[in-house]
Design a protein. Structure first.
Length: 65
């Protein structure tokens, strides 16, 4: 009886640990989506900015004016 209770407790702890990991991964994914949305907004703003390319034999430079 005591062994069954210990096994049940260990199973519950494993399930809780897995649920915690899933929750943390979900929060990290939401943060990544927010960062991606901000990057997309920045790129869309750059679409309206005139861009000049200066190239050199050794170095290519992108200047945004």
């Amino acid at each position: 009886m005591v062994l069954e209770n210990k096994v049940r407790l260990i199973r519950h702890l494993i399930v809780l640990a897995l649920l915690s990991m899933i929750s943390l991964m979900s929060q990290a994914h939401d943060q990544d989506v927010d960062n991606l949305s901000a990057d997309i907004a920045l790129i869309r703003n750059l679409d309206n900015t005139p861009i000049k390319f200066y190239s050199n034999t050794f170095v290519s430079t992108l200047a945004i004016s």
